[in-house]
Design a protein around this ligand. Structure first.
Ligand SMILES: [Zn+2]
Ligand SMILES: [Zn+2]
Length: 340
């Protein structure tokens, strides 16, 4: 089968590899589409470690073509999505029912070969059926929907509370839609790219603010009766966004760090934690939200197709990664079509 392997940072090649054989409790999936996210780009650039060579791709959908012994939840012919990572099942946290904190997690494209290939094998327990009404170009987004759902749930947002989403990228634009549907009002989106902020308005943002312009904080305060948003969700990946979050959040409010992967925060006014009596929480992964994410996609209440700005074919994946790396401001979501 054709597969796209990362040999070393910034070096992706197409390889001919044997089709994996599903062991007991595993399934073989014929891949339809793979979404490329910031984590893939971070592994590609060598910022996030991975054992080379490795086949990238952890957000995908496809069709079950073969199952190992003991698999009961899916069968050959089922159209499915897979969770992006899974717990070892035996460590302290897995035994506590908290696979998100697993000491030795498995992650496609990180600890084992991923989905940028014609076929990928998966543990059956993390594979979910999805309705054929959800197009493959939409179904690849299920991991992003699951992770944003988890972030929103951790924020504790409620009807009538105000929310600010920092960073109108793929996950930020999903968070915006979910916050609106949760009854948050107003929902504010901040960013640095006017085209993206325009996209946020089209998707229902009540107020958009370009934080490169003077008066951004006044605008946000004015939109929230002078108090600031009850909930601020950082989805930009920029550590300085946490400084902005701290400045804008309402007293007693909550900040969710969703997009930052490992950078120091330079001007973090820690005293604000005390003065404003606020909580800052991280949110990692989408464990326990995949079932809800599948339902959300099947309801077609989320606009996900509209967020896909670039589509590539499997053999063009090496070029796609170069393109995404060099055009991060114009690429909201890139999808690789495999068997479509
Ligand atoms: Zn991802
Ligand atoms: Zn574990």
């Amino acid at each position: 089968m054709k597969a796209i392997q990362l040999l070393e940072p910034n070096l992706l090649v197409q390889r001919d590899m044997p089709i994996p054989e599903p062991a007991a409790a595993e399934v073989l999936i014929k891949v339809r589409t793979v979404g490329i996210c910031g984590t893939d780009i971070s592994i590609y650039k060598g910022i996030s470690p991975a054992p080379y060579p490795v086949v990238l791709g952890h957000e995908f959908c496809g069709d079950v073509v073969k199952v190992g012994t003991g698999v009961e939840n899916v069968k050959p012919g089922d159209y499915v999505i897979s969770e992006a990572s899974w717990g070892c099942g035996t460590c302290y946290f897995c035994q506590q029912g908290q696979p998100s904190y697993c000491e030795k997690p498995f992650v496609y494209g990180r600890t084992c070969d991923g989905a940028l290939a014609e076929y990928v094998k998966a543990p059956a327990r993390i594979v979910h059926r999805i309705s054929a009404k959800v197009q493959p170009v939409e179904a690849q987004g299920v991991t992003a929907v699951a992770t944003t759902l988890r972030a929103l749930r951790r924020s504790g947002i409620n009807v009538g509370q105000s929310a600010a989403i920092l960073g109108p990228g793929y996950t930020g634009l999903l968070l915006l839609q979910l916050a609106k549907q949760s009854g948050a009002a107003p929902v504010i989106v901040t960013g640095t790219n006017d085209d993206r902020l325009q996209a946020a308005e089209t998707l229902g943002a009540d107020i958009t603010v370009n934080i490169r312009r003077d008066g951004w904080l006044d605008k946000i305060l004015a939109a929230t009766d002078g108090y600031g948003p009850d909930v601020v969700i950082e989805a930009s990946g920029r550590p300085d966004a946490l400084e902005q979050a701290l400045a804008m959040v309402k007293k007693g409010g909550r900040i969710i760090a969703f997009g930052i992967a490992g950078s120091p925060i330079e001007n973090f006014e820690a005293g604000q934690l005390y003065k404003k009596d606020i909580a800052i929480m991280g949110s990692k992964g989408g464990y326990f939200e995949y079932g809800n994410a599948v339902k959300a996609l099947e309801s077609h209440r989320l606009k996900t197709r509209e967020l896909v700005t670039h589509v590539f074919q499997l053999e063009d994946a090496p070029e796609a990664f170069r393109f995404i790396t060099n055009n991060s401001r114009s690429v909201v979501r890139a999808v690789v079509e495999v068997n479509c």
